[in-house]
Design a protein around this ligand. Structure first.
Ligand code: SIN
Length: 282
């Protein structure tokens, strides 16, 4: 287990975003290769704060975005979303007045339906609406830690089904991707997972993909999942990030959920994201 002691950074400035989650990162220029020693501090801040907001950035190219993502591991390719020409690892986030949906409108951990869901996601927003378009994040360590002891004991060892057909089918047709081209994975994961880098326990269910707790009856599972979703979505675990053009957010899907707010229609919001492959939750 790593030890994370707050504010011991020499090569970056990490300014806590809120007491419960997140930090703004200054002093890192993502348009240039990040030196190894500085990268080590970024990684430590990622473990410590769970969501980093890289401030005062220029727009980086898809290639630079991919290169920075690869510093954390192999990149993940989304099973269903359209990808960028020439950059299959890049997922364009784009909502306009003609959009029927905007991405990520319900609480989720990215692609938790994969056998090995993404470790983290890096999103840079290049076109921000005049107001709104915030992203919310919820701390799943604190969601776990604030459960009562009897509930923790009940959940220990339970597994849940994460499905995607109900989410991905038809979702990207207005962006040129028909259902015959997409893959709709499903996977079974522990309800409580242990983060492989920090050793901390986190609740790992979300309203978008998690459909059943396997060891419970359907009625029991529906009720327990609703209780856990509401608990994990409680305001005490949340932050709400207001984007400035070219901010880059990097969140840890293993211990956070997020939700994008589509309150800016008919305005436009556009950006690019890459995700880094994770391991099988344990
Ligand atoms: C997502 O990746 O789920 C979308 C996040 C956002 O657009 O803020």
């Amino acid at each position: 287990m790593i030890s994370t002691r707050k504010n011991e950074y020499k090569l970056i400035t990490a300014k806590p975003f809120a007491p419960n989650l997140g930090a703004e990162i200054y002093g890192v220029d993502l348009s240039k290769p990040v030196p190894d020693a500085q990268f080590e501090e970024v990684k430590r801040a990622f473990w410590e704060y769970q969501v980093l907001f890289f401030k005062e950035q220029n727009e980086i190219s898809p290639g630079q975005h991919v290169d920075f993502g690869k510093r954390f591991g192999t990149l993940h390719t989304h099973p269903a979303a359209p990808t960028m020409d020439g950059h299959p690892e890049v997922f364009e986030i784009h909502a306009t007045k003609d959009s029927k949906i905007a991405n990520g409108e319900f609480w989720h951990s990215d692609v938790s339906c994969d056998e090995e869901p993404p470790l983290g996601t890096m999103l840079q927003i290049h076109i921000t609406p005049p107001c709104g378009g915030d992203t919310m994040f919820s701390n799943m360590y604190s969601a776990y830690e604030t459960l009562s002891q009897p509930l923790k004991e009940m959940l220990d060892g339970l597994t849940a089904l994460h499905e995607s057909e109900h989410i991905y089918k038809g979702r990207y047709t207005d962006r040129g991707k028909d259902d015959s081209e997409i893959y709709t994975p499903e996977a079974i994961h522990p309800v409580i997972r242990t983060h492989p880098d920090t050793g901390r326990k986190a609740l790992f269910v979300n309203r978008t993909f998690t459909t059943k707790i396997n060891e419970l009856s359907k009625d029991e599972s529906d009720s327990v999942l609703e209780l856990l979703f509401k608990h994990a979505e409680h305001i005490d675990h949340q932050i709400r990030f207001r984007w400035t053009r070219n901010d880059m957010a990097f969140w840890d899907n293993r211990c956070c959920m997020h939700r994008a707010i589509w309150d800016y229609w008919p305005a436009e919001r556009k950006g690019r994201r890459v995700t880094i492959k994770g391991d099988r939750p344990k």
